[in-house]
Design a protein around this ligand. Structure first.
Ligand SMILES: Nc1ncnc2c1ncn2[C@@H]1O[C@H](COP(=O)(O)OP(=O)(O)OP(=O)(O)O)[C@@H](O)[C@H]1O
Length: 276
């Protein structure tokens, strides 16, 4: 039998769910949607009620206790779990199921990029980190590459710190700079959506602040979905928040609503710090 540490032994708590459609609230079109999503690691069903819709140019935070399925959900959104987990149901990016056999996974990941928990720059120069994917796609024109480097680093709010040392190894940057470089690398290929899995968890408060400013500024060009353990961070930067518990998205609403008057009791318990 499953024991839910979050429950207060009231069975009806298990049934409560409140999921909004953000396109109704803000009139932005839906860019990504999960339908009847189930994700399995072998026999372990890590996600079994995870249907959410994400509107364009919004930041959505995924919160919930450890093991609730946030990373699994996020990683499914650009097939980072291929070969690790089995996915059933649909993940619709602009209406197209990304798990269809004919999908070019490389191209899909160009449009739905991911930034990981720990900064993972290549052991190359700052310049080469940004241009790596473009060069692989056959872009060789130096002027074009220079422009992409400058634009991406500016958008990721790290240009001023590195513009005079683009040939320096990316590994010589601080952790916070490396993470913003990884964001620059992700946006250099012009994605639509950025997925971030606890991108600030390895950063100090100053770097975290800079990263949050960067994400907030990026919202005008990108749709952002971020897993975070830090509820203040979710409250500061996101427009919508989804609360996950034991493989289910239990509540999804405007962030202001989730943190002031959630409709689901377990969400309330979690944001009040009663468990997690
Ligand atoms: N690679 C894997 N292989 C097998 N099981 C996994 C794997 N990754 C996650 N799981 C399981 O899937 C469930 C959800 O884990 P997941 O990492 O998605 O949760 P989470 O909410 O992101 O947790 P955390 O906040 O601790 O990162 C857990 O039961 C976990 O043990």
């Amino acid at each position: 039998m499953l024991i839910n540490p979050a429950s207060t032994h009231q069975d009806d708590l298990w049934l409560e769910r409140h999921i909004v459609d953000p396109s109704q609230d803000n009139r932005q079109p839906i860019i990504l949607e999960t339908k009847q999503l189930h994700v399995y690691y072998g026999d372990n069903e890590a996600i079994y009620e995870g249907d959410l819709k994400f509107a364009e140019h919004q930041i959505s935070a995924l919160i919930g206790p450890s093991g609730s399925g946030k990373s699994t959900f996020l990683r499914s959104l650009n097939r980072m779990n291929d070969g690790v987990a089995r996915v059933a149901g649909q993940i619709l990016y602009r209406g197209v199921d990304i798990n269809r056999p004919e999908i070019d996974v490389y191209e899909m990941r160009r449009r739905i990029g991911m930034v990981f928990q720990r900064p993972n720059p290549f052991s190359k120069s700052i310049y080469d980190n940004i241009t790596f994917a473009l060069k692989r796609r056959g872009v060789t024109d130096k002027k074009t590459l220079d422009e992409v480097v400058e634009t991406s680093l500016k958008q990721a709010a790290i240009w001023d710190e590195v513009k005079d040392q683009l040939n320096k190894s990316a590994l010589a940057l601080s952790g916070g700079q490396q993470q913003r470089l990884c964001i620059a690398r992700a946006i250099a290929v012009k994605p639509d959506i950025l997925l971030l899995d606890e991108p600030a968890s390895a950063l100090d408060p100053v770097s975290t602040g800079k990263l949050e400013e960067t994400l907030t500024a990026l919202k005008s060009n990108y749709t952002i979905i971020i897993v975070t353990h830090n509820m203040q961070q979710a409250a500061r930067i996101s427009d919508y928040t989804a609360f996950f518990n034991m493989g289910r998205a239990l509540e999804y609403d405007k962030t202001s609503q989730i943190f002031t008057s959630p409709k689901v009791q377990l969400t309330n318990n979690y944001v009040a710090g009663d468990f997690g």
